[in-house]
Design a protein around this ligand. Sequence first.
Ligand code: PRX
Length: 647
Amino acid sequence: MGNNLGFESTDTFLVEERVFSPSSDTVENANIMQYMKSKGFTDYDAFHKWSLEHRFEYWDDLAKELHWFEPWQTTFEWTTKPFFKWFSGGKFNPVYNCLDRYMETPTRHKVAFYWEGDDGSTRTLTYEDLYVLTNRFAKGLQNVGVQKGDRVAIYMPAIPEQIAAVLAVARLGAIHTVVFGGFAASALRDRIIDSQVKVVITADGNYRGGKHIELKKITDEAVAETPTVEKVVVVKRLGTNVAMTAGRDVFLDDLLADVPADTVVPCEPMDSEDILYILYTSGSTGKPKGVVHTVGGYSVGVYATTKFVFDIKESDIFWCTADVGWVTGHSYIIYGPLMNGATGVLFEGTPTYPAPDRFWSIVERFKVTIIYTSPTAIRGLMRFGEEWPAKHDLSSLRLLGTVGEPINPEAWMWYRKNIGHDKLPIMDTWWQTETGSIMISPTPIMPLKPGSATKPLPTIDTDVVDKNGVTVGSERGGFLIVRHPWPSLMRTIYGDPARYQTYWDTIPDVYFAGDAATIDKDGYLRIQGRVDDVIKVSGHRLGSMEIESSLVSHPAVAEVAAIGKPDELKGEHVKVFVILKNGFEPSDELAKELKLHVRATVGPLAVPDELEFTPSLPKTRSGKIMRRVIRAKELGQPVGDTSTLDG
Ligand code: PRX
């Protein structure tokens, strides 16, 4: 990231300066207000200032609301900067906090998940049902050799068994690495190889937007080249005939045939700093990074943010529309809501199938009270018109959320008016795979400005600085940084601690993960997007180099540059510039073939919308392609300093 800080202060945002204040009821009843009052505050800014000086007290308070097998001795320590620990000495398992502790309380019989399949089928699981399924699943995994510390890959659709798989792995103290079901075989293979996965859990296939996706076939292709994989556990979702490799593959049904319903596999008491999971995300190189989250700190972080940002109450029905394959699903479908004893919704399908009111029909039928979705989904549904949400009774909703990319004020206003009865608060939450939980976001007590994620959460010490770390202040804009570790921050990049260190080295001694932001006179932050080589397509994170590596693996391609271009619907889309090898001629057919090649090697989400054949690309004297210059030219912006350019 070091030399990619190409942010220009001319990249300003159009700001719609309107403020929406919360109702006094909402403020009075908010979970965060209860906590603030317990510390003697009713004003958020004053409370936040206190929290920066009392961060350990704050996190101790929140951690104490969870069950620890043994309490921690030290709340925080820098081991060797920038490496650190939270809650050392503590023994903990998030699954105990998600399930076991409710078995003696009325929550046992509460609904943990309403599930709806793409095909309209439904299932309802109480906390007890999920507890039983998780325990049996854990036993099955033990029976195929899964032990504490082993890596288990989960490549599954959004079905209840996916949640149980995650919880079963964590229960055993093994490490899950969930791979989004939209990734292609080679992307799955690379992730399995990087974390030396022992067991893969997949499904025969799934439905998405009415189509069948053959997950088992993709898994077979991936696993053919991964020597560490000993077993593949297959959940039947479609009931189709799939090839099963003898000795390696086993259906979950068969694995659990002799495992009784009252089986209990006790939660492994993990050290607070043991690894809970690895989740791969894109960075500035072709190789995805395995972001490492730990048992104690991560859990406390997602528990606290679910409680304060989404303001979870006993009666809430919380629907996070993300996929479990992304960090949002880990934190706000599984761990956060379950640790808060909430009822969740899990949906396998897409917002527009069979019709563009699918989301609103789910909200109505399950009486969803809180919905958390992406700006891309909102913009997409907005295009179909107000009549689609208007067909449904959305009066159960009381709080809205967005995540993953900046939300433009127009989409914000549409969301509030059509989904939020013209009055509901919108939590625009900024965070990252690396941060583990929400960092900058309103809570329900905050006055809102469309397009602003407002202010940092308690103890989170953000600033907007120049490349030397000096505060730039006001609306000028600069790099968004965080000053001190918080519990749910990643601990390292799996197998590559040096790559973790770059987050703290790029701007001296602060956490910087690649976003630009502005801050207004009231301290409200507006996140403007990435300043590194990460492209955000529909809120999904893609690395320029990942797409480029995919394309150069095609026999016709000599060199490639991939950039992100602003897109009204998706936030950004991918454009690639391709130099062909001698003997190949540009053609529409070849362009199509190259796009299919990206689809087959990375996945549908990475397919470029635009592909341009070009004879040359601007490079530095050392031969590095200058994407920043290409992007500026493409967007008609000033090219900036080109003194290191060729010729
Ligand atoms: O650029 C920011 C953008 O998403 C990036 C993190 O992507 P990922 O790790 O995939 O996590 C997405 C879900 C947490 C950030 O660096 N981003 C995320 N939330 C927002 C956002 N940009 C603007 N506003 C947000 N609320």
